[in-house]
Design a protein around this ligand. Sequence first.
Ligand code: NCD
Ligand code: ZN
Length: 345
Amino acid sequence: MRDSLTLIRPDDWHLHFRDGAQLQGTVPATARAFRRAIVMPNLNPPVTNAERARSYRERILAAAPAGSDFEPLMVIYLTDATTPADIAEAAASGFVYAAKLYPAGATTNSDSGVRDPSAIYPLYEALEKHDLPLLLHGEVTESEIDIFDREKVFIDRYLADIRAKFPALRIVFEHVTTADGVQFVQAHDKLTAATVTPQHLMMNRNDLLAGGIRPHNYCLPVLKRREHQLAIQQAVLSGDSRFFLGTDSAPHAQDKKEAACGCAGCYSAPAALPLYAMFFEQHGALDKLEAFASFYGADFYRLPRNTDKVTLVRENWVIPTHVDVGGLTMVPWQAGVEVSWRLKD
Ligand code: NCD
Ligand code: ZN
């Protein structure tokens, strides 16, 4: 059994930093392990254009630890009012790396999202033309569609046609949660990829609902049946370059999670890399961790791979039960769980 693991520094291709005082907690937690992160734009109000992305980026950089070379990769949030000119401007900015489609109402701060994903084809065309990836929250939102079916219905109703009509558009199926999503990605070329969260690799809906409701395992898209978890695991363990690391770390204050109507999102940043390492090790695939965490995402985004390294040492530690994030108490995902890898300082 090896007792240390050195890999090229990873990047997080799907992350929520939040804003204001919370950046004091979230940015250092991510910058410790990751050199870059795709920063989700679902603030209130959302990051809808290059100008908002520029000022948000500055606030993030101001919260990075001294001496850190952490680089936030900004994303604009598509709305019904976004224009192809907004996309051209974002692409020309040099710091916007993608655009995110949230169907209106699908998740946290998605009220300004797109009401009809089939009504914004000029925006997909602009993204394809300017070579900016389209990041999808791939769920429909209609109340009559069962929450466990919303990913598959999104694929059938919208994604298949978008994929077919814009063959040169890079698409990321964010936080894939179903075998249907996995198969969709596998059925296409390298311009279609997916990010994979630690919770969708390590858990299924029993971890949310069996033996008591566990709000800290509640995220969107919601955890699915075990057979879906297995499909995601197999895709990642096969070493397929279309599946790469995106934690979807999404902090909410403890009282907003442990509530009658609890918020969706798992704050995984404090232990994300050790948890992914544990997953790969438990499946005898530790040798596949580095490419998943550090190569495939950079290649997809056509960015250079990092050159510096991080080291994980074999050491048991327990994920804290609470952390302070800018004055708010948060319960990290997997709080109280013993982890067998620790990130070396
Ligand atoms: C995210 C959040 O809280 O911003 N929540 C989540 O459950 N994943 C939004 C998202 O990515 O859907
Ligand atoms: Zn997210």
